[in-house]
Design a binder for this molecule. Structure first.
Ligand SMILES: C[S@@+](CC[C@H](N)C(=O)[O-])C[C@H]1O[C@@H](n2cnc3c(N)ncnc32)[C@H](O)[C@@H]1O
Length: 295
């Protein structure tokens, strides 16, 4: 039995009331909702994960019955708002600065000018999209890598970095751009100096210049049809496709390919999409990456 918190009339302190067991049919119902709305497959052995995370929201609302909570989430305007909160608890947001160093190296070496002589006279426009950006460490890492390289080249440029995710809470953290010291462990001293300011409480604030370049947007990767997204030079979709089945992975990769400029690069997580073929995309071999270039 899982526990939930209720308040007894006349008592200030909450008491713990156990949640009922989740029936297999109820589990199936939640699994189907999750799959339909986020694309995520929840395997049978994740029932306790589901129960724990639903329980967190149910406790906050004082709901003690899984079915009542399901009905609440799937009905009316309040349900839409609650779904937005719940989805943050049911998705995995693990990320960190410089998590994908080989991806940054690929971008610096193959998506940017090789030398000052290769830089165009007018500012270079670079459009990047980080899909499933979580709390912002990935888009900021890419923005730093690009800025660092363009500074070395002494070339003016415009960076448009779109960072999207299904979790509004994760996006809010990204927008704030304020991270604990622990989160900075992989960021070297030069980048720390150039792109962060230490705050009085020992956290690190991403520089305003960098934050201005990253635009955080709420976007469900399964609902891109009407999203006003231009053509990108680089699209990153890392540690997201793993939550989808193969058919959806292919569909998503096809859609992302349509959002690339000719010559643009789609970078997926290593091993996240095997044997994908697309008429306009060619595998771009680079160590420890899974990249495809738009022809
Ligand atoms: C494990 S994180 C990956 C973060 C980052 N890309 C990295 O590799 O460090 C996966 C992110 O995908 C987001 N996500 C899950 N399903 C999604 C969907 N259907 N549409 C958009 N984002 C989704 C989650 O909210 C989560 O922040």
């Amino acid at each position: 039995m899982k526990a939930t918190v209720e308040r007894l009339p006349g008592l200030d302190e909450p008491f713990i009331k156990p949640l009922p067991e989740m029936a297999p049919a109820q589990f199936e119902q939640w699994v189907a909702l999750l799959k339909q709305r986020t694309g995520m497959r929840l395997p049978d052995n994740r029932m306790s994960f589901l129960v724990t995370n639903l329980g967190m929201r149910m406790r906050a609302l004082g709901i003690t019955d899984f079915q009542a909570y399901y009905d609440y989430v799937t009905t009316g305007r309040e349900g839409i708002v609650e779904w937005g909160r719940l989805v943050h608890h049911l998705t995995v947001h693990e990320t960190r600065f410089l998590r994908h160093e080989s991806v940054l190296a690929l971008i610096v070496q193959h998506c940017l000018p090789a030398s000052p002589a290769d830089c165009p006279p007018e500012p270079l426009a670079i459009d990047v999209w980080s899909v499933g950006c979580s709390t912002g460490e990935e888009p900021y890492s890419v923005a730093m890598a690009i800025d660092d390289r363009m500074r070395q080249l002494g070339a003016p440029y415009f960076l448009g970095m779109m960072a999207s995710d299904i979790s509004r809470a994760a996006l809010a953290t990204g927008r704030m751009g304020l991270y604990s010291r622990q989160k900075m462990r992989d960021v070297g001293p030069r980048w720390l100096r150039n792109y962060f300011t230490e705050t009085d409480d020992g956290r690190f604030q991403v520089s305003e210049e960098l934050r201005k370049r990253v635009c955080f947007n709420h976007l469900n990767i399964l609902q891109l049809d009407d999203a006003p997204i231009g053509k990108m030079n680089i699209i990153l979709c890392l540690n997201l496709l793993i939550y989808f089945d193969r058919e959806q992975r292919i569909q998503i990769a096809n859609t992302l390919a349509d959002h690339l400029q000719p010559g643009g690069m789609l970078i997926l997580g290593v091993g996240e999409l095997l044997n994908w073929e697309h008429p306009r995309m060619k595998r771009f071999p680079y160590a420890n990456t899974l990249a495809f270039q738009h022809q």
